[in-house]
Design a protein around this ligand. Structure first.
Ligand SMILES: [Fe+2]
Length: 434
């Protein structure tokens, strides 16, 4: 899906695409349908165009171009998904803050030539508005060229998947933010998950809410949960915002089918708010720990999160949340703490011992916004110390004094994870095998 936006003056757009890296006159280019929606954002009106490139083959390079009133305004190429048992992708979160570090990370990710990018939420600051995407997000990922100070055209050439973080939904009241919830304008994610019982609620004057719903249907509210495959990796993406019940039966049932039926070598789950975090920031919000037993049962290898603006990797672990005296209800404190029993695999070192017993939880929230708890970087003795039913030394690595992103590469039954910082240095590296 190619998505672009213009002012309110309509133009005639044509999208053409062809196999290969150039429009060869001997081959006929295909033409994609173009749909347009008028976005009514309070006093402002703008046009949002979407064009789905259909009948694409796996493992193939394609070139596309966009023509406005007959004149070519964009030409790029991209590669489709592979069916081979391998993939290579980049992950970062908490990025759209209009910072020089965000530009650097975008540029570095582009240099890696990943197959796709996954952003672990808080895509834009502060509230997920249309004007914030235009100022704080797109200039960095749809730059005309790659430049360490500006960013890169990564979003024009590589599929982008974005989770929904807390900042992305702060503008759900359209009274205050007529251009709110822009996440639903700019994404086109698989609508393949169950509808949760509790969903995000959009508020505001009826005409604004109607205009929003018209422009984004059927993506709102269900698009915040989805899953997809790339090569031999299956990724289930969840919404972990406060309006969601992590144990929503609709989502648990969907996950059981989605992950249970997957034949992928590697099963990954991604959501914004981490359950296992040894930083000071956001320590108390641990609701996603409730999902650990289900994810362990479903054979999940890795969990990718953001929210905390640094990098953390846990030891492989299993977690049993504590229940009340009747044994029927999980205990959750009013701050969101979830106590329980941890079992850590401290023998796993990712180099000589590569078969983890348990799930490895990653926080990769250092994609551009101001870093959290810099003083804790690589100093385990300073990491959180709380009663052992709430915290044990589950964090194997924390780097919080430099921005960074994650690269994951799979090849059959081997997965390698590298954390690369804004100076292009590898600050963490593990290999997992089956
Ligand atoms: Fe967040």
């Amino acid at each position: 899906m190619i998505i672009w936006q213009t002012d309110s003056i309509a133009a005639q757009f044509i999208v053409e695409y062809a196999a290969g890296t150039s429009f060869d006159s001997s081959k006929k280019a295909m033409t994609a349908n173009v749909n347009v929606n008028q976005l009514r954002l309070g006093v402002k009106s703008t046009l949002l165009y979407r064009s789905a490139l259909s009948r694409l083959k796996f493992d193939q390079e394609y070139v596309y171009r966009v023509l406005r009133n007959g004149e070519e305004i964009t030409r790029r190429s991209f590669r489709t998904r592979t069916k081979k048992p391998q993939t290579r992708f980049a992950i970062f979160g908490d990025c759209g803050a209009r910072s020089s570090q965000q530009a650097k990370i975008s540029w570095l990710v582009y240099q890696q030539h990943p197959d796709f990018v996954l952003v672990t939420g808080d895509n834009v600051y502060n509230s997920g508005r249309e004007q914030e995407y235009r100022r704080n997000f797109f200039p960095y990922y749809t730059a005309p060229s790659a430049d360490t100070l500006i960013g890169s055209p990564i979003m024009k050439t590589i599929p982008f998947y974005m989770l929904v973080g807390n900042h992305d939904i702060y503008s759900a009241d359209l009274t205050k933010y007529p251009d709110g919830l822009a996440y639903f304008y700019y994404n086109d994610l698989p609508l393949n998950a169950a509808m949760p019982n509790e969903t995000l609620v959009v508020k505001g004057p009826a005409d604004r809410v109607d205009a929003f719903r018209q422009a984004v249907k059927p993506r709102f509210p269900r698009m915040t949960h989805f899953s997809f495959d790339h090569g031999n990796v299956h990724i289930a993406c969840l919404d972990a915002n406060t309006y969601v019940n992590p144990l929503d039966p609709a989502i648990i049932d969907w996950l059981a089918k989605d992950l249970g039926n997957s034949k992928a070598d590697w099963k990954i789950v991604a959501y914004h708010q981490p359950g296992f975090n040894s930083s000071k920031a956001h320590y108390d919000y641990q609701l996603m720990r409730l999902l650990s037993p289900a994810l362990e049962q479903l054979g999940v290898d890795l969990v990718l999160t953001g929210h905390v603006h640094n990098y953390q990797r846990s030891f492989p672990l299993t977690f049993e949340p504590k229940k009340d005296s009747t044994g029927s209800q999980y205990l959750i404190s009013k701050e969101g703490r979830v106590d329980g029993k941890f079992t850590l695999d401290q023998e796993f070192d990712g180099s000589t011992k590569t078969k983890p017993k348990g799930i490895i939880y990653i926080v990769t929230g250092a994609g551009g916004a101001s870093l959290y708890d810099k003083e804790l970087s690589a100093k385990p003795f300073m990491w959180k110390h709380e009663p052992q039913d709430n915290w044990v030394p589950f964090t194997a690595k924390m780097i919080s004094d430099i921005h960074s992103f994650t690269m994951i590469e799979t090849n059959s039954k081997t997965l390698s994870l590298k954390q690369i910082d804004a100076k292009s240095q590898v600050i963490d590296s593990i290999t997992i095998t089956k």
